[in-house]
Design a protein around this ligand. Sequence first.
Ligand code: UD1
Length: 350
Amino acid sequence: MRVLVTGGAGFIGAPVVALLTAAGHDVVAFDVLHPAAHRGPHDAASDVDVPLVRGDVRDPGAVAAALRGVDVVVHQAAMVGMGTDMADVPEYVGCNDLGTAVLLAGMARAGLRRLVLASSMVVYGEGTYACPAHGAVRPAPRAVDDLAAGRFEPTCPRCAAPLLPGLVDEDAPLEPRSVYAATKVAQEHLTAAWAATVGANAVALRYHNVYGPRMPRDTPYSGVAAIFRSALEHGVAPRVFEDGGQRRDFIHVHDVAMANAAALDATGGPPVGFRAYNVASGRPHTVGELAATLATACGGPPPVVTGEFRAGDVRHVVASPERARRELGFTATVSFEEGVAALSRAPLRV
Ligand code: UD1
């Protein structure tokens, strides 16, 4: 099959291109080499020999040309992360939402009906919580005063009791708490509307915290694993925010590529519309554990727990990987220990 991978030169897109090529697909990598992710010479799909089409998903002409002869689209192109400030908002919305809109319009025109969308766990906001007295509750965003006083755990909106974090599944309400998160929710909604309107199959993969080789270096758009790894490379201790007890599901980029391959197969049946899946290992770790494990593996200085906090950060997001296992046959294979040890030796993207 001919597969167009947008964002095909990226940290996740390049391994997707490599894996799909190895599986025998005819892959076209499409990428604008956005400066937020590519500051040096690109190393797109460096392990495979595929054409890289340099183009912007916001450009209808470039998208129409790239879609020629294509059977399935795997849409990874996006601006990710926290960003710098509100000046970033138009670029986030342009790349992520206008870009998706242009792609969907191009696919509709070309009669294409199969799409895999890179989404994110950020669509959930805070994870799932239960109050011992009130059952399942949705905590409000944490107050700055609480964070400044070192009260990091969300509390029950009814009785202020400490909450127990649970597993987020795909039916959890969407509650974006950052600009990036809002653009990912909009991408999902646009894609669902497209799929329902044209009679297509769209699979949205809600990536949890992806790490692995060729992560972008420390930038305002990088995830925490890249930030810690960059610091350690310079002999600097990782700075762990809050008290380090925030929980995430760190998933290796190789597993994320495997999930994309499984999702691509799943788009092949009769049209069922839009379906979302967590892409997670199912084995959560704290940010403090990540810092300590990586520091040991790098032989670097131990982490410093700073008590700093970022506006918009959520406390715990721990996923259920069950739906992806059941319906896509996807299970992560790289353990945290193995993946973090490999990250300590792996090159980052310049
Ligand atoms: C993700 C998004 C973020 C968004 C948030 C909530 C990415 C990279 N981040 O964050 O833009 O606002 O969901 O929707 O997509 N940390 C440290 N030290 C550091 C940097 C980060 O301890 O130097 C901590 C953070 O406070 C956070 C954790 O590491 O608790 C993970 O941070 P990050 O990698 O940005 O991912 P998410 O919080 O999951």
